[in-house]
Write a protein that binds this ligand. Structure first.
Ligand code: HPA
Length: 270
């Protein structure tokens, strides 16, 4: 068989052993951090930091001047690797590059991933500051990381992509102050925010929140048979006039500590 793995994929094994060494063994789960969650998680558990530019297979977004880092440590007795500094399709990265954190974590032992993001609400009863647990997604990016991936069976079952079992555990530990909701996340290519007509279209097809990440990582994680949880920190109402990236990151930073607390309660329970 032709080996079509990129050099980066082979280097990922080296990165994975670095993560395992730092964690003191194979990791239990990965957390992919959306805007606003990084600083909250830094305070949530004791960790060492591995910067992306010292990892061999990790794509680096230099746009914002810092490369990103993996926070590796033990949180509520679970060995965790939290990826701060996501790369997105809209930055020009390929679908496969976007899934690097998930693949690295899997190679380091993780069999579960928590995907987090900032998202806009399409629903009147889902407000900025709420946390929407992702019950399901609609991939509207038009991309797929499994295209061309060397494997006999890329036909992944996505029927229970966001594990109902894991979601039930989250619901059992959530407190009113977490403002936990549940709904469908639509993943778009971006980078522009939606028009009013697009917002109506998204509502019509059953989406409750919209963002520019998460769906490709969820697909690859399911391909790897990982358990998936997803959380959207609701930062704004979709297609409200005057929305800026600054508004999104500011609201994300306010919600971050609540989501960190909820994830901590979940980890304690599992
Ligand atoms: N649309 C798309 N992505 C987003 C939004 C939005 O309103 N808010 C945060 N990420």
């Amino acid at each position: 068989m032709i080996d079509r793995r990129s050099p980066n994929d082979k280097l990922l094994a080296v990165d994975a052993s670095r993560v395992e060494d730092s964690a003191g063994g194979p990791i239990d789960l990965a957390i992919i951090l959306g805007s606003g969650l990084s600083s909250a998680l830094r305070d949530a558990f004791k960790h060492v930091s591995i910067t992306y530019d010292t990892l061999l297979g990790m794509p680096v977004a230099t746009l914002r001047g810092h490369a990103g880092e993996v926070l590796v440590g033990t949180w509520q007795g679970k060995r965790v690797a939290a990826f701060a500094g996501r790369v997105h399709l809209y930055q020009g990265f390929s679908p496969v590059q976007v899934t690097t954190g998930v693949r690295l974590a899997h190679a380091a032992g993780a069999r579960m991933v928590i995907l987090t993001n900032a998202a806009g609400s399409l629903r009147d009863d889902v407000r900025p500051g709420d946390i929407m647990m992702i019950a399901d997604h609609i991939n509207l990016t038009g991309r797929n990381p499994l295209i061309g991936w060397p494997h006999d069976n890329p036909f992944v079952d996505m029927a229970d992509a966001y594990s109902a079992r894991l979601r039930a555990i989250v619901k059992s530990v959530a407190k009113p102050e977490h403002r936990l909701r549940e709904g469908i996340y639509a993943g778009l290519l971006g980078p522009n925010y939606e028009t009013a007509a697009e917002a109506n279209y998204l509502r019509t097809i059953g989406a409750d929140a919209v963002g520019m990440s998460t769906v490709l990582e969820a697909i690859f994680a399911r391909f790897l048979s990982m358990g998936v949880l997803g959380f959207s920190m609701i930062t704004n109402v979709v297609a409200a006039a005057g929305l800026s990236h600054g508004d999104v990151t500011e609201q994300g930073a306010q919600t971050g500590p609540h989501l960190a607390d909820l994830i901590g309660a979940f980890l304690k329970k599992i």
